[in-house]
Design a protein around this ligand. Structure first.
Ligand code: PEP
Length: 255
């Protein structure tokens, strides 16, 4: 019998502002790999830009690959020109929404309070929120990693969160797209602090939240990073754009 407190691992790809209709070929290649190779012990998620969600959700239907979004507005609907609601994302066939990615926190000034509101909107739409946290280079150098991540965890996660509707992604800002990664010990330390914070807040069920690591994950380092304590999957940027690379990361969950 499976342990209900054991997190379900996830390998998630964040395509960011990349992908045109021709990119559905990469999804086709990924689905082919997933259908023909040993089934991994993790879920598989691709978060393309909004423009591809409906087409890719239709394309992935019937496969084990899930489709998500990279952000949403916190409101259900209304006068928010150019924005997209969680309900619209659900309507397009997505299952997950990334909220609080460091590029949104930095480029759009998103506070943890706004991230929390977006996670609430995600939950209200019946979707799973992937809430991102992580320290900058300067914060790390100042020895503030656990303080910064702890504060983001406390303020970005809504009260109604549970393992069924919420995943946490620890992504050190300095590791994103740089080819630099923390040591496995550093990742394990931060993930252990996040796990303790979740258990302190949600009780034993805090053990069941999946904790993803993100930041320069690639096929050559995935197995080592995924084996760290309290790491339950990856959030992958650059290496998710090519099916062969992304599938090479999923290999960490094929026994
Ligand atoms: C990301 O942006 O979420 C990310 C982890 O990017 P990369 O894998 O390219 O470092």
């Amino acid at each position: 019998m499976t342990d209900p407190l054991q997190p379900t691992p996830l390998t998630a790809g964040n395509w960011k502002m990349n992908g045109l209709s021709a990119s559905t070929g990469e999804l086709a290649a990924l689905i082919h790999a997933v259908n023909t190779k040993t089934a991994p012990t993790c879920g598989i998620l691709i978060c393309p830009p909004y423009t591809l969600i409906a087409a890719m959700a239709a394309q992935a239907a019937g496969s084990t690959v899930m489709i998500g979004a990279q952000d949403c507005h916190a409101a259900y609907s209304g006068a928010h020109t150019g924005d997209i609601s969680a309900d619209m994302i659900a309507d397009a066939g997505a299952t997950h929404i990334i909220v609080g990615h460091s590029e949104r926190r930095a480029d759009h000034g998103e506070s943890s309070e706004l991230v929390k509101a977006k996670a609430v909107a995600t939950h209200q739409a019946g979707l799973i929120a992937i809430i991102c946290v992580g320290e900058t280079d300067a914060e790390r150098d100042a020895g503030k990693t656990l303080e910064v991540v702890g504060d983001q965890i406390a303020r970005s996660i809504p009260d109604g969160s549970a393992a069924e509707n919420t995943i946490i992604a620890y992504e050190p800002v300095w590791a994103i797209g740089t080819g630099r990664t923390p040591t496995v010990e550093d990742v394990a330390d931060v993930h252990s602090a996040i796990r303790s914070a979740l258990v302190a807040r949600f009780g034993a069920s805090g053990q069941a939240f999946a904790l993803l690591y993100g930041g320069s994950v690639k096929p050559s380092n995935a197995s080592e990073l995924m084996a760290a304590a309290n790491v339950n999957g990856a959030l992958v940027g650059g290496a998710s754009l090519k099916a062969t690379d992304f599938d090479g990361i999923i290999d960490a969950y094929r026994v």
